[in-house]
Ligand binder design. Structure first.
Ligand SMILES: *[C@@H]1O[C@H](CO)[C@@H](O)[C@H](O)[C@H]1NC(C)=O
Ligand SMILES: *[C@@H]1O[C@H](CO)[C@@H](O)[C@H](O)[C@H]1NC(C)=O
Ligand SMILES: *[C@@H]1O[C@H](CO)[C@@H](O)[C@H](O)[C@H]1NC(C)=O
Ligand SMILES: *[C@@H]1O[C@H](CO)[C@@H](O)[C@H](O)[C@H]1NC(C)=O
Length: 276
């Protein structure tokens, strides 16, 4: 009985191995080299030990970058689909991160990327070798960008115009203050497919809502714990015809709400005058 089980077990592993080697093309050379350059960059801006990208190594058995941690490839094309650099920068325990800029030229090879996670890295801006910070325009298929817990300010929005396919933008805990600059609003306007925008825990003011009303594709808008106050912005919100979910909790609005088709609404209203 024991021997029977063992041989079943072995053939299972053999089949699995065959499936893996035959059903999967390796990663593209330029993406593998691109990832190794990205690793070198991350390590150059890390202060702690380089422990986060240890599977990203060149070498005979490890050269298929689709098998590396934090990477997911399309099984048919072998191209990178998902990349997570969340918490990739390291620091000496007990010390604060130095804010640094991310070299976005490093993303040029990853043309088929659908999801990019850059959260928790204390990045404060971009540097680029191309003029006008246009390197991101190679990410034509990017649908999800996560920048949670960095130090980006509202100027960064001007470069988002390159993300023509973006559906989800996640930016809680950044350095977004006040209202959007004009070039930032323009960047937002070109995000014609944006459905989910999460800007919670920043210091945005109520006037940002007028910039956001033009992003009519929005279905979910999260602006909780910002610095918004004054009368409730119902005129602005009514313009967002596709909005299904709105979170404005942790702000200081003071007036009433009427005539809206919202299905979920989370708000904090501090003043008393609640009559409709
Ligand atoms: C993989 O790429 C092919 C060809 O571009 C595409 O049709 C397919 O949807 C992709 N697979 C996934 C899971 O995205
Ligand atoms: C950014 O990355 C590109 C591509 O690897 C490289 O050519 C350039 O020198 C880098 N720039 C800086 C300032 O590190
Ligand atoms: C956007 O405008 C701000 C000032 O309003 C400026 O500092 C920033 O450099 C501009 N960004 C771009 C990419 O032009
Ligand atoms: C709400 O705040 C705005 C701006 O601070 C003020 O002009 C308005 O009178 C306030 N409305 C109420 C009902 O308190």
């Amino acid at each position: 009985m024991g021997r029977y089980l063992t041989s079943v077990n072995i053939s299972f592993w053999v089949v699995l191995l065959l499936l893996q080697t035959h059903g999967f093309r390796g990663c593209l050379e330029k993406e593998r080299i691109g990832l190794l350059k990205l690793k070198a960059f991350i390590e150059s801006v890390s202060e702690g030990p380089d422990t986060t990208l240890i599977t990203w190594v060149d070498g005979h058995e490890r050269s298929n970058c689709c098998s590396w941690d934090r990477v997911k490839c399309n099984a048919t094309t072998g191209r990178l689909m998902e990349l997570s650099l969340s918490h990739a920068r390291t620091r000496i325990p007990g010390t604060l991160f130095r804010i640094c800029n991310l070299n976005i030229s490093l993303f040029l090879p990853f043309e088929e990327l659908v999801s990019l996670d850059l959260s928790d890295n204390a990045f404060g801006g971009w540097i680029d070798q191309t003029e006008g910070y246009t390197s991101f325009s190679s990410l034509k298929k990017l649908e999800k960008l996560d920048l949670t817990n960095n130090y980006f300010n509202t100027n960064i929005f001007s470069s988002f115009s390159q993300f023509k396919s973006l559906k989800t933008l996640i930016m809680p805990y950044n350095d977004l203050k006040g209202s959007f600059p004009i070039n930032g609003s323009k960047g937002l306007l070109s995000l014609k497919k944006l459905e989910i925008l999460d800007l919670n825990n920043n210091l945005l003011s109520s006037s940002t809502l007028s910039s956001l009303t033009a992003v009519t594709s929005l279905r979910t808008l999260i602006l909780s714990n910002n610095n918004m106050e004054g009368s409730f912005p119902i005129q602005e919100l009514i313009k967002l015809k596709n909005l299904e979910m709105l979170d404005l909790s942790g702000n200081r609005f003071n007036a009433s709400i009427q005539g809206s088709n919202l299905q979920h609404l989370h708000i904090s209203i501090v003043a008393t005058n609640l009559s409709c």
